[in-house]
Design a binder for this molecule. Sequence first.
Ligand SMILES: Cc1cc2nc3c(=O)[nH]c(=O)nc-3n(C[C@H](O)[C@H](O)[C@H](O)COP(=O)(O)O)c2cc1C
Length: 226
Amino acid sequence: MSQPIPTEKTFSEAVRDRRATPHFLSDPVPDSDLKKILQAGLAAPSGYNLQPWRFVVVRDPAQRKRLREAAMSQPKVEEAPVVIVACGDPEAWRNGDLDEVLQLSRHYGFHDEKRLESIRATVTNFFESAPGVASGAAPDFAVWVNRQTMLAFTTMMWMAEVLGYDTAPMEGFYEDKVRATLGIPDHVRVVALLAIGRLSGPDKPFAGRFPMNRTVFADSWASPLT
Ligand SMILES: Cc1cc2nc3c(=O)[nH]c(=O)nc-3n(C[C@H](O)[C@H](O)[C@H](O)COP(=O)(O)O)c2cc1C
């Protein structure tokens, strides 16, 4: 039997080839590929499986033009056919998501009700006095939603690269202006923007990375991994 023609890059190839794309062609991303990219991100892990991420997929040209203004006029926001605006909702867990997550567990065959109730108590306790913060202090929800949302965001970026698209992650935006443009509620954090499409013109050269022994340590902070 003949082998199927490979249409996806391997993960190693994607890691080798990816650059933060400076300019995009207007060629559209087919819906089937966009769904694969989004689905990959939504399959990312999150603490207690709470999935506090939310994504606004911006394709409408007029809306991308408005979004560009909120993103410090970065041309790629208007050029790329798709911009995914990654958000995190720090309140979602108490506004129904925890119940829904427990219900999902039941749907997927998790029927130990005692254990599910203990998860509910643990999660509630976690948010009311999170580990890593002084006892009684409010947990740092901004860090928490950022941690979860960036995993899904990054998984989308890699899936887009594996499918042969070019991507550009962005933090250059005014959060309040992005919220106003897209109708995002005030309590929701806008974490990052991801433009997806096809490179236009020359790619940015690789700018290098610190050597491993500069940023990775073995067993304690004092000893670089060699
Ligand atoms: C979270 C994040 C935010 C970024 N924000 C911007 C941005 O707003 N505008 C921009 O031109 N590049 C942005 N970049 C791209 C970085 O400058 C780029 O990834 C870095 O210089 C390394 O280059 P490379 O990705 O091509 O290897 C961002 C990258 C990341 C990961």
